[in-house]
Design a protein around this ligand. Structure first.
Ligand code: URA
Length: 434
């Protein structure tokens, strides 16, 4: 088999067979196929597309290009949750302890933030002592003993995706549904869970800006997961404005704890209860989605989920007292407010701009190698539909650099649109694809 023939076939609109896709993935991961041929194939795929069968073969080959976690000796249906990435999305830190407290084990590998979207691993590292890098056996043991474990993605999981994603990033070939599906699902399928609930974000702060694109991505991922023997569902949720009021690392962990205490913002509480409800249902901890929601709500209201969160933090080396004493978190030296210039209603709040402002404050990174300021970020005081008087705080930026805080506050002001008419409340969950 020749790589040149595979490129030519796809360039001319042909359908690749399983052997051709495996030849490409094995050769590229092993270093026998050079970047220039992989780039050419990616560009051919970008223009000609992949059908669902080709996408399944690609996902499967990528999954097998690295380690595949085996959690089969842990009792129960292990459930994973994956968000396609957004601004202010701290739901993992809320839904995982809710599910674990209801007897549904959660085994999760998360990513770091890049660009304007945050990552759970950075957020968790704002907890003093917390370890996000555990050996395979420690990961398994934590799921078994603490009911849940969240760690950083190992370099050995879906090795082909690591190389291919970096190449896509610099060859303008990220934005293709078959490539996105296989990239996300290869990692999810390799991390060993039995059921996966996806949260496909849709709107200005998401990868998918349009509802129909989010629906297609959701359907493809659910389909591939089912073909691979997993129980699957995908939520399509709003990312036109940030989720909750906190954006950053420490700031988001504190908001997650507040939510577990029953005093979180409305949107994040609604989404967390619905996602956790579905995860409990799919993990066979409830006989319907509605019953799962009831259990999730009760876990929060009774304090069981917060207790489970403390157990999880302790099991991974962190200080569980952070739930009662926020002074134990890293603190920002500077804060700069964003003030309302004209009275009215917040009619829009651009999630992408808020994400970029958070990144500027030091909470995010531009390049993979950059470090983050764990205390930096944003607290939104007003969201879409809220009224604001001239001079009111719209938001506050935190940072350990005054210059960065001021720069971020300047940009953040542009995220708010103020009008005279009260807008409709935004929907949180648009649809569930099963
Ligand atoms: N997230 C991924 O992991 N891969 C993609 O291709 C896009 C988003």
């Amino acid at each position: 088999m020749q790589m040149k023939d595979i490129i030519e076939k796809k360039r001319d609109g042909g359908i690749l067979c399983r052997e051709e896709i495996e030849f490409f993935i094995e050769g590229y991961t092993g270093g026998e196929i050079p970047d220039y041929q992989a780039s050419a194939l990616l560009m051919a795929i970008f223009f000609q597309g992949l059908n669902r069968q080709e996408t399944f073969y690609l996902t499967d080959a990528m999954k097998r290009s690295g380690d595949v976690a085996d959690l089969s000796d842990i009792p129960g249906i292990k459930v994973d949750k994956h968000s396609t990435g957004g601004v202010g999305d701290k739901t993992t830190l809320i839904v995982a302890p809710i599910c674990a407290s209801e007897g549904v084990p959660v085994a999760k590998m998360s990513g770091r933030g890049l660009g304007f979207t945050g990552g759970t691993v950075d957020k968790m590292e704002s907890i003093p002592g917390f370890r996000t890098s555990l050996e395979k056996e420690e990961f398994r043991k934590a799921v078994e003993e603490a009911g849940m474990c969240v760690i950083g993605q190992s370099a050995h999981i879906a090795a082909a995706d690591k190389k291919l994603y970096a190449l896509r990033d610099v060859t303008a070939t990220v934005d293709n549904i078959g490539l996105i599906t296989s990239s996300i699902m290869s990692k999810k399928l390799a991390s060993g869970s039995d059921a996966i609930v996806l949260d496909v974000k849709c709107g200005s702060g998401a990868f998918m800006k349009k509802l129909e694109d989010a629906e297609t991505l959701a359907e493809w991922m659910v389909d591939i997961g089912k073909q691979s023997g997993k129980k699957m569902a995908a939520f399509i949720t709003d990312m036109e404005q940030p989720l909750g009021c906190g954006v950053g690392n420490t700031i988001e962990v504190q908001e997650a704890i507040d939510t577990l205490k029953g005093r979180g913002p409305e949107d994040i509480t609604e989404l967390s209860v619905k996602l956790a409800g579905y995860m409990i249902y799919i993990g066979e901890g409830a006989d319907s989605y509605e019953h799962g929601i009831e259990k999730a709500r009760d876990a929060m209201e009774s304090g069981r989920a917060l207790k489970q969160f403390r157990k999880f933090v302790k099991a991974q080396g962190g200080n569980p007292d952070i739930t009662e004493d926020y002074g134990l978190f890293p603190q920002a030296e500077y804060s700069v407010p964003v003030l309302c210039e004209n009275s009215g209603y917040v009619t829009a709040l651009c999630a992408e701009t808020v994400g970029k402002a958070s990144q500027l404050s030091g909470a995010g990174r531009e390049k993979k190698e950059d470090s983050v300021d764990l205390a930096a970020g944003i607290i939104l005081k007003k969201k879409v539909g809220d009224s604001a008087e001239k001079g009111d705080f719209l938001a506050e930026v935190f940072s350990n650099s005054r210059e960065k805080a001021e720069e971020a506050a300047e940009l953040l002001g542009q995220a708010f649109s103020i009008g005279t008419e009260k807008p409709e409340k935004r929907t949180v969950v648009y649809k569930i694809v099963e």
